[in-house]
Design a protein around this ligand. Structure first.
Ligand SMILES: [Zn+2]
Ligand SMILES: [Zn+2]
Length: 50
């Protein structure tokens, strides 16, 4: 998965300590990346959007 903000992978973001049921990740660890919170794509199952 990729962050909707910075388009880096979810692995590039440091995991949040508050591990809820949902995938919540914190700041991006890529140097010079201003992203401070992982933004997941809103689970789009709309594959017809083309
Ligand atoms: Zn990033
Ligand atoms: Zn990000």
């Amino acid at each position: 998965m990729h962050c909707k903000k910075c388009h880096h992978t979810d692995e590039a973001h440091r995991p949040s300590e508050k591990s809820s049921s949902l995938l919540k990740l914190g700041a991006c660890q890529i140097p010079d990346c201003p992203c401070n919170q992982y933004m997941d794509e809103i689970s789009q199952i709309d594959e017809e959007l083309m």
